[in-house]
Design a protein around this ligand. Structure first.
Ligand code: KIV
Ligand code: NA
Length: 264
């Protein structure tokens, strides 16, 4: 099958087809997922938790993200690779360009940053430099200390409208994808209908263009209590291959996420 790019994903979305993303941190998982139909891989800074055993994503370094991105790129069989910019790697436009450049040279095809309109200048600079961006809005885990915990975002009218305005500003600045984490399903649906770039959701209902899960969660490997929005696809499947196929089928048909995985 052909390699996925920003334009093949845009085409899927304009054809009305939902797309899938799973996190991958190494070559083996990257190979398994990409060869079995997952269109986009996220080298998430969630690797701080699932690979390193940390309690937040804040300690993850750019060097570590580069290492994991290079491993994923070696195993990848044609998925679009998105790599997280870690905490403290994009505070200024110059730093963002430098950090993103290192991830792209390691094999990323897009970088993901957490934050709203304050990142517009960095997004434009990266866009000019040939670096596609995914902007992560809603519950942005690198800001856990500002939020005072992992909480659903955009619940009231003012913060919901602000999130839509921020997404529009980022799109105007050159953002290629938007990712929404832990926001009410109605807001995620409205935002997806308002912007023209593909929108990926996690804990954001089934009204977005794509879905992402942390692979260790959907494969039932995570030992901690899992978030409400997670579905363990190994519970009803006998192996990883059928679990991944069921996840893809459920995202394409709109059956995942179901109401029990959503916030309102
Ligand atoms: O790091 C990660 O895995 C993520 C997803 C949860 C969106 O950012
Ligand atoms: Na992340």
């Amino acid at each position: 099958s052909k390699a996925h790019t920003v334009s093949t994903i845009r085409q899927l979305v304009s054809d009305g087809e939902k797309f899938t993303m799973l996190t991958a941190y190494d070559a083996t998982f990257a190979h398994l997922f990409s060869a079995h139909g997952i269109e986009t891989l996220l080298v998430g800074d969630s690797l701080g938790m699932v690979c390193q055993g940390r309690s937040s994503t804040l300690p993850v370094t750019l060097d570590e993200m580069v290492y994991h991105t290079a491993a994923v790129a070696r195993g990848n069989q044609g998925a679009l690779i998105v790599a997280d910019m870690p905490f403290n790697s994009y505070g200024t436009v110059a730093q963002a360009l430098d950090s993103a450049g290192r991830l792209m040279q390691a094999g990323a095809q897009m970088v993901k940053l957490e934050g709203g309109a304050w990142l517009a200048d960095a997004v434009t600079a990266m866009s000019r430099a040939g670096i596609p961006t995914c902007l992560h809005l809603g519950l942005t885990p690198q800001s856990v200390n500002k939020f005072g915990g992992y909480k659903v975002q955009g619940r009231d009218e003012a913060s919901a409208q602000l999130m839509i305005n921020e997404a529009l500003a980022l799109e105007a600045a050159g953002a290629d994808f938007i990712l929404l984490e832990c926001v009410p399903a109605s807001l995620a649906k409205a935002l997806t209908q308002t912007v023209s770039v593909p929108v990926i959701g996690i804990g954001a209902g089934n009204g977005t263009d794509g879905q992402v899960l942390v692979s260790y969660d959907m494969l039932g490997l995570t030992q901690q209590r899992m978030a409400k929005f997670v579905k363990n696809y190994m519970a009803q499947n006998t192996g990883w291959e059928s679990a991944v196929a069921a996840y893809i089928a459920d995202v394409k048909s709109g059956q995942f996420p179901a109401p029990e995985h959503c916030f309102e």
